[in-house]
Design a binder for this molecule. Structure first.
Ligand code: HEM
Length: 222
């Protein structure tokens, strides 16, 4: 006969610990889903709206990789390294439509910035979007130009979709792979156009097209 369940085996964590764990789980769910899906959405939006040569260059790069594979063979890490132009396009998408608008840091010492005294211990918010659109960091900041990421790329701490410093987002390579695999599988099958030109964007808190970015897909001819 089964013995009744013992109450002593149930551990109830204190509220503060439960809140801490819930906070981490929510952070992981939001950080893991909404960020990369926002970037993928904006890759689709920009490739639909930009001059066609940008899509064509991505397509050529991805088809060269697709043709090197045996039927059914999956992408591997080496293939991801070859997607240089596609990654420059994704980087420029993240410059203009970064999923995270910024994050907090704590001042380790007193300092003065632009005439404002910041005391040690203050919480500061660093802004991705305003840094990315600062003409001192990026010439002609409104222009979509993937060549900004060629060679050594932007100066340190000017391009910060993944943050910077010791607390920088540690899953950058995973996110890069996720975005490039998405681009590969989409571009090798389809061309597309946006149904709503210049669709409005709202922040939730990541950028989201207001009407869900409806597109018309055109499969490539075999
Ligand atoms: C394009 C995709 C992504 C971008 C742009 C991005 C960006 C960021 C940024 C800016 C931070 C804050 C770093 C800082 O404070 O300096 C961060 C933290 C974090 N991200 Fe991502 N992320 C992306 C994808 C992901 C994915 C796919 C996951 C999980 C599977 C994830 C999980 C997290 C977590 C858990 C943290 C908090 C890390 C900590 O507390 O130090 N992110 N991310």
């Amino acid at each position: 006969m089964l013995s009744p369940p013992s109450l002593t085996c149930v551990t109830v964590l204190p509220l503060a610990k439960r809140k801490y764990i819930a906070d981490k789980i929510l952070g992981l769910l939001i950080g893991g889903h909404d960020t990369a899906s926002s970037v993928c959405t904006f890759v689709v939006k920009y490739l639909a709206e930009l001059p066609p040569n940008i899509y064509e260059n991505v397509y050529q790069e991805q088809m060269e990789i697709a043709k090197s594979k045996a039927p059914g063979e999956l992408l591997n890490w080496n293939d991801i390294q070859k997607m240089k132009y596609s990654w420059n396009v994704a980087c420029e998408v993240m410059r203009l439509a970064p999923p995270l608008q910024g994050a907090f840091r704590e001042a380790m010492d007193d300092f003065v910035l632009n005439g404002f005294s910041i005391p040690k211990g203050w919480k500061l918010y660093w802004s991705t979007s305003s840094t990315h659109r600062n003409p001192e960091c990026f010439a002609e900041p409104e222009k979509f130009d993937p060549s900004r990421f060629e060679g050594t790329g932007p100066a340190p701490y000017t391009y910060v979709p993944f943050g910077g410093g010791p607390r920088m987002f540690l899953g950058k390579e995973y996110a890069r792979m996720e975005i490039l695999v998405f681009m590969h599988n989409l571009v090798k099958r389809f061309k597309w156009e946006a149904i709503i030109p210049d669709e409005n964007i709202f922040y939730d808190p990541m950028p989201v097209p207001a009407k869900g970015l409806p597109i018309r897909l055109y499969p490539h001819q075999p």
